[in-house]
Design a protein around this ligand. Structure first.
Ligand SMILES: Nc1ncnc2c1ncn2[C@@H]1O[C@H](COP(=O)(O)OP(=O)(O)O)[C@@H](O)[C@H]1O
Ligand SMILES: N[C@@H](CCC(=O)OP(=O)(O)O)C(=O)O
Length: 381
């Protein structure tokens, strides 16, 4: 496993708990269990582990508080339920940690907060300040204002991005199963637990059935993808049952619990982690074979001369995918020209850009500092 560079640094965990667990399968906030995790988090902190908690459950709890018999489909109703349920979540964690004299902070994030570089850096500074102050940040998606296009949609993805944000060593995903199995244990009684695997192993996704539980929104697949995302920043992911006795305490003590998904490659530098964490791709650049090979083999910048076609509507600075002639994604990056300009300079040498456009923003279409190779992690559209 690749370690983080500074062994003297304090250990830092992001712990994510799923809806079914937090709300006792939708019956209502499981105060007993929440208090038990709180106790274990306090114990982990006493061992020198800083903790950021990402808790789902606002929608499930809101649905219950509003007396609805099932999760609604309409976004505005989900948003309303989330805002009702979030009150309960915050109250439960605040009350739980208060018993141990530990402060908590509510942090609600949207995808846009993390897509915008300035807001991303802001969120990073704030979360780090909270950790330095000994506070436990309790994070959730800001469901009330997030619309469909700008949602993380599931908290596994959010937790992975938060673990990149705070440079966590470990992402602990607590769910309603003992870990990742070689088949969905809900449908296969003889499914076997996988105790460790490489986080970058794409074949793990094939083990996951598509259906999440009734209350969860991501299922096991988003946890496996989250592990890949977290690995890009060097973090280990552990998937374990939130119902197992002393699960966090045992992990903190070094016991093997659940499934360990280990990063096996060097972490990306911080800026590239942010680029890799971008969830929305605004356009596609088709490359010729030479440009695709140069990007793959040498991590060079993308020049307009290697681009054969431009698809989509994007502005300067937005994320585009780069495809090889067979349509296979090679890389993603932040583009230096908007879509109309990119179309005009595609296939042209950099020396011609100024005369074609009347200005020269940059000589590269995507600078290598803003480019992240897609393999081995294939990010979802
Ligand atoms: N290979 C697998 N191993 C374990 N669980 C799986 C697998 N494939 C699908 N699942 C399902 O994923 C569910 C957990 O996802 P989800 O309900 O979204 O949980 P959470 O609310 O904790 O995020 C499990 O209950 C299980 O039925
Ligand atoms: N923000 C939503 C998250 C929903 C979600 O991702 O649920 P889960 O798959 O149980 O982690 C909520 O709090 O209900």
């Amino acid at each position: 496993m690749m370690g983080r560079p500074d062994p003297q640094r304090r250990r830092r965990w992001v712990i994510k708990v799923g809806s079914a667990l937090v709300t006792d399968n939708g019956r209502g906030l499981d105060h007993h269990r929440i208090q038990d995790w709180v106790r274990q988090i306090v114990e982990a902190r006493a061992r020198g582990i800083e903790v950021v908690l990402v808790s789902s459950g606002s929608i499930a709890e809101g649905v219950r508080r509003l007396g609805w018999d099932q999760r609604p489909a309409a976004l505005h109703q989900l948003q309303a339920a989330a805002s009702v349920g979030q009150m309960g979540l915050v109250q439960a964690y605040e009350g739980g940690f208060q018993r141990f004299d530990v402060r908590t902070a509510q942090v609600l994030l949207t995808h846009e907060d993390l897509a915008d570089r300035k807001r991303y850096l802001n969120a990073r500074v704030t979360l780090r300040a909270l950790l330095e102050l000994g506070v436990v940040p309790v994070v959730n998606e800001n469901d009330t204002i997030a619309t469909d296009e700008i949602r993380f949609g599931d908290n596994d993805t959010l937790a992975a991005l938060v673990s990149n944000l705070v440079e966590a060593d470990e992402l602990v995903i607590l769910t309603d199963q003992a870990g990742l199995f070689d088949a969905d244990p809900r449908a296969n009684a003889d499914a076997r637990l996988i105790d460790r695997a490489a986080a970058e192993d794409e074949s793990l996704e094939r083990l996951c059935s598509d259906a999440p539980g009734v209350l969860g929104s991501g299922g096991m697949r988003t946890k496996v993808v989250a592990a890949r995302r977290a690995a890009r920043a060097g973090a280990l992911t552990r998937i374990a049952s939130g119902r197992a006795a002393d699960v966090l305490t045992r992990i903190a003590a070094g016991e093997s619990v659940g499934t360990r998904l280990e990063p096996s490659r060097e972490p990306l530098v911080a800026r590239k982690q942010w680029i890799a964490g971008q969830l929305q791709v605004r356009g596609r650049l088709w490359l010729d074979a030479g440009a695709a090979a140069v990007l793959r083999g040498h991590g060079r910048s993308l020049l307009a001369v290697g681009v054969t076609a431009v698809e989509g509507r994007f502005r300067r600075g937005e994320m585009v995918a780069c495809l090889d002639p067979a349509g296979q994604e090679v890389a993603r990056g932040l583009v230096n020209y908007d879509a109309p300009a990119a179309r005009r300079i595609a296939g042209q040498p950099s020396s011609a850009i100024e005369s074609i456009l009347g200005y020269l923003a940059e000589s590269e279409l995507i600078h290598r500092d803003n480019l992240v190779l897609t393999d081995p992690v294939r990010l979802p559209e």
